[in-house]
Design a protein around this ligand. Structure first.
Ligand SMILES: *Cc1c(COP(=O)(O)O)cnc(C)c1O
Length: 457
């Protein structure tokens, strides 16, 4: 048995780079720089193998909503592992944790959402959605409605189906994506793509692209439109106020299903339980993952409105789809405990009434910084876009890798920020306090200043 602890960081890095292929990583580059080894975490802090304490301003990958180190989740997992570590939910069987989770989800999701199909990841949940919406239309006698419309620069996951739904050109470039039957329209990225339009005007134009695409494809061929309420991995793109009402109008007019990918926005990130609640959307399906278990264990799902569920249940027949670990008892037990904590400790309310507005207000102070073009966000999610020229919004030469440089400085100063292009992204745990927000803002300022001096040298 290979005993890793207590190995020195360099030894760990070497073994890592010889045997482990990382997601979304250039392995050759990683081999040169070495991976950062994280060994433990508590609250909003992570520690690396050299003992450095770092504020996790990204809550892992937008997921550790209740923060690290909650004993109750470890307890729930170990209790469940002892009692019933695994049983499947195929073949007309079920178990208490999955029943409890299904019921809990029906109470926290919008009133007309009462059924969930569970998966292990957001990607699988989105693949599930592709099959569900097509089965829905086939069941109501319109099998020709099979095309799904999504948006450029959206992220819906990394399986072949989910990556096709997503609008990341650099992902599509590998492996011949997207698969047929998926079309993309422009994103509502006001700051860089509005060409002088005011936000409302631009929001209508960006939403109008959906109507144009529906008419181009033919409304009798369109199954659904899928979108994140706020694009996360695309750089925290917050749509103008006029965008969502217009999208809703278009979806209703052409009777196409609207799928809200709530993987990041769900479970309190915006200060409401779901992005759907924040923007007052009326989706037909919702995709959930990440914050569902606060990242403590993999679990995700597709949640169905009553209208969609009743068609599939009453007339859809057998849904020939599912995963060995759909509704895994240990994952469900952990998710149940996570939701209990979010509810009982009023964590979502705290983000809505206190820390969310405070975070956004303090972040706007960064807009005075010479590097910062725009700060955007709601609740505890934000993007800080770095530009060379604030007036023309001109971006830095991509070769300069300003985002990556800024991220590395930030980590060294004790704050994890993510660089998406030259947008610095924050999505801290929902338990972050006001004084911890002050720490985040202070380090962000120092980081921007140091980035300026690195640029000059
Ligand atoms: C992370 C993410 C996914 C994919 O979830 P995985 O669990 O990584 O498969 C899907 N949609 C959105 C909006 C995400 O942020």
């Amino acid at each position: 048995m290979y005993k890793l602890i207590p190995l020195e960081t360099e030894q760990l890095q070497e073994i890592d780079s010889h045997h482990h292929l990382h997601p979304f990583t250039d392995s050759k580059v990683l081999h040169e720089v070495g991976s950062r080894i994280i060994t433990r975490a508590d609250g909003i802090y992570i520690w690396d193998n050299d003992g450095n304490r770092i504020i996790d301003g990204m809550a892992g990958l937008w997921c550790v909503n209740i923060g690290y180190g909650r004993e109750e989740l470890a307890e729930a997992a170990s209790r469940q592992m002892r009692e019933l570590p695994y049983y499947n939910t195929f073949f007309q069987t079920s178990h208490p944790p999955v029943i409890e989770l299904s019921k809990r989800l029906s109470t926290i999701t919008p009133r007309n959402f009462n059924h969930v199909f569970l998966t292990n990841s957001g990607s699988e949940a989105n693949d599930t959605v592709i099959r569900m919406v097509r089965l829905y239309w086939a069941t109501v006698g319109k099998p020709g409605r099979s095309t799904i419309i999504s948006r450029h620069n959206s992220y819906h996951g990394s399986t072949i189906g989910a990556a096709s739904l997503g609008g990341m050109a650099y992902m599509h470039a590998q492996g011949g994506l997207p698969i047929p039957g998926i079309e993309h329209i422009r994103q509502p990225y006001w700051y860089q793509e509005s060409n002088g339009m005011d936000p409302d005007e631009f929001g209508l134009a960006a939403a109008g692209a959906l109507e144009e695409k529906i008419l181009e494809i033919g409304e009798d061929k369109v199954a659904a439109f899928i979108a994140e309420p706020i694009q996360g991995a695309g750089g925290v793109i917050v749509p103008p106020d006029s965008y969502w009402p217009e999208i809703s109008r278009i979806c209703k007019k052409y009777e196409i299903l609207f799928v809200a990918d709530e993987v990041i926005c769900g479970f309190g990130r915006t200060g409401q339980w779901f992005g759907t609640d924040f923007y007052d959307l009326d989706p037909d399906l919702m995709v959930i993952a990440k914050g569902l278990s606060s990242g403590y264990i993999p679990i995700a799902g597709a949640v169905l409105s009553d209208a969609v569920a009743s068609v599939l249940i009453d007339d859809g027949g057998e849904f020939a789809h599912g995963f060995t670990y759909s509704g895994h008892p240990v994952a469900c037990a952990v998710a149940n405990e996570n939701i209990r904590i979010l509810e009982e400790e009023k964590i979502v309310e705290r983000v809505r009434e206190s820390t969310g507005p405070y975070f956004q207000r303090r972040l706007r102070e960064l807009e005075d910084h010479p590097l910062v073009g725009e700060v955007r966000g709601v609740g505890l999610i934000a993007g800080i876009e770095l530009v060379e020229d604030k007036r023309t919004r001109k971006l830095f030469d991509a070769e300069l890798n300003i985002g990556i440089k800024c991220r590395n400085i930030s980590t060294r100063r004790g704050l994890v920020m993510r660089a998406i292009g030259d947008s610095m992204v924050l999505s801290p745990p929902l338990i972050t306090t006001r004084s911890q927000i002050d720490d985040i803002i202070r380090i962000a300022f120092e980081t921007l200043d140091e980035t300026v001096s690195v640029l000059k040298s």
